[in-house]
Design a protein around this ligand. Sequence first.
Ligand code: MG
Length: 276
Amino acid sequence: MRYCRFFFENQTHYGAVEDRAGELWIVRLAAAPEEDLAYRLEHGRATSGSPESGGANFEPMPLSAASLLTPVTPSKIVCVGRNYRDHVKELGNELPTEPLLFFKPVSALLSPGGVVRMPAASARVDFEGELALVIGRRVRNLKEEDWRGAVRGFTLANDVTARDLQNRDDQWTRAKGFDSFCPAGPLVSDELDAEAGLTLETRVNGELRQRGSTLDFIFSIPKLLAYITAVMTLEPGDLVLTGTPSGVGPLKAGDCVEITIPGLGVLANSFQPETD
Ligand code: MG
């Protein structure tokens, strides 16, 4: 299943995403596809979504016409640094012997199509195209062989980074944590075969800048999830950003970054200086 979250007539909806003759269409779901922390807090229960194409005031619409939101509302965003061999080399770092974890705050989330605000505090803002895992159930001390049952699906994310501040600070809360520094979406899909390798591409103003395969991961998805959940409980809807391939670089005002993995659509966001 593939789904998205979108805004329509002053309400937030979830929608199943279907391919109709090469174009993606949204069919509204009666409820959130699966238990998701915000949904649970709001409604006090878990639910499974079912298509509701005949819902009041709603006809299927092309994905391209929808006002898309981030497809999940996580309690936390756990990120992995230095997980592609070629990216470690380009930054001049040693190959890590265990995963390097950091957080982005949920206040950094930005919808597909939203504008990333380049903070005045930074002179160098970089893109980092990444595969993100969407957690499907509460999980702690996960065994590697059980990873697939813990993951609801996959989506795309941009681990936007103030590189100058990252190099200056001992830890990365500031460099990674500005508002709008975590675009995510547009879809969540469970239809990808991650173990066969997923090819991620990032374009800036249409020019290919990153092309990497998850087969180049230093730490596999099962290893990452086992490592993370030995530290903290992951909740439904939580995001795990799995690292970026080589090719990262600085952006200038007006640039548009597009990240894609076949089957996950395109995550596109433009960059502009903050104005307030
Ligand atoms: Mg990253």
